[in-house]
Design a protein around this ligand. Structure first.
Ligand code: FVH
Length: 294
């Protein structure tokens, strides 16, 4: 039946903030959706929207060929999968739990041992974005599983398949999260500086946004320099950045603001100059990060 081919039954395991958003979106997309959560109560709203509530993990996994897991960590994933055993045979497990490359590869091997196909995923979105084109979900692992369920997975957001190594989705996910935390860290530090002189964060943010947007325009050029391993610059040298950075730290100390988010960046710039790269641009920092001092 066409309905089943286009909208296969889906099981969602883990009904935290993200798992609930995933299940709700599958329901809206017209999938028969079975849900399970460790503690009771979190399925109530979904049940009202038409979800079937399984009373055991085994029952939840038996209900659908496609099983999506989104829980706290991989310890929880294994606590769940170990309750399933042979019921995993011929299932496709899509694990959207945040974890490391090693954890993803180990979980793929565990699933394969029970005859399941495994896709690891990274969700580049907050729960409120799920189901909208602004949500990006990264996948790696079984290509067959990705191709089979691509239309279903596209219901959650835009998809990018990275390759058959299940460790690739965590690598990209954690790298993108690093970029995000760097941006948030810079923003929080900047706000702390102006707040210490009683300026309103909200008004200041109207200056931060266009400034960061202008700076993101330089990212492709920096990336090109990294790929070519050519770091000479006509924008600003590490020596110029080193001089300006000392002023950031000195001002923080005068304001009584902690410089702890900024000092690691200053340390890298200083190391670059000390190693003879003072005329290079900021793209040199990528090489320094890749060669930590022991
Ligand atoms: N929320 C977000 O914005 C981010 C966006 C990017 C992806 N992350 C990752 O998604 C995973 C789940 O995050 P969450 O926000 O849904 O988290 P919670 O609302 O705290 O729900 C956690 C669920 O995990 C269940 N759980 C915890 N330990 C166990 C266990 N040992 N066995 C079975 N289930 C477990 C918990 O169950 P309960 O406490 O309700 O019984 C919740 O269902 C996460 O990897 C994020 O990094 C979200």
């Amino acid at each position: 039946n066409t309905m089943n081919v286009n909208r296969p039954p889906v099981t969602v395991i883990g009904l935290g903030m993200m798992g609930s958003a995933l299940a709700q979106t599958f329901l809206k997309e017209g999938h028969q959706t079975t849900v399970w959560n460790r503690s009771a109560g979190k399925a109530d709203a979904l049940m009202e929207q038409g979800a079937k509530v399984a009373s055991t993990v085994a029952e939840a996994i038996a209900a659908s060929p496609l099983v999506v897991i989104c829980v706290l960590d991989y310890g929880a994933v294994h606590a769940i999968l170990e309750q399933a055993g042979e019921i995993l045979a011929d299932r496709v497990v899509v694990n959207l739990t945040n974890g490391t490359q090693a954890q993803a590869r180990q979980t793929a091997a565990f699933a394969a041992g029970w005859g399941a196909e495994y896709l690891d995923g990274g969700i580049m979105a907050v729960p409120q974005m799920i189901g909208s084109p602004g949500a990006l979900l990264l996948y790696s692992g079984s290509q067959k599983a990705f191709q089979t369920y691509r239309p279903t997975l596209e219901g959650l957001g835009a998809v990018t398949y990275l390759g058959d190594d299940p460790g690739l989705a965590p690598l990209y996910d954690l790298a993108l999260l690093s970029a995000m935390y760097g941006m948030f860290g810079g923003f929080f530090h900047a706000v702390a500086m102006v707040r210490s002189e009683q300026f309103q964060a909200e008004a200041f943010t109207s200056l931060v946004i266009p400034w960061l947007q202008a700076m993101t325009a330089s990212l492709p050029g920096l990336a090109q320099a990294v790929d070519a391993d050519q770091h000479r610059t006509d924008v600003s040298s590490l020596i110029i950045n080193q001089t300006g950075f000392a002023n950031i730290i000195d001002t923080c100390l005068e304001l009584g603001v902690s410089p702890e988010l900024m000092t690691p960046i200053q340390g890298l710039i200083n190391r670059g100059v000390a190693e003879g790269y003072g005329s290079d641009g900021l793209s040199r920092l990528v090489e320094l990060i890749r060669k930590p001092v022991s």
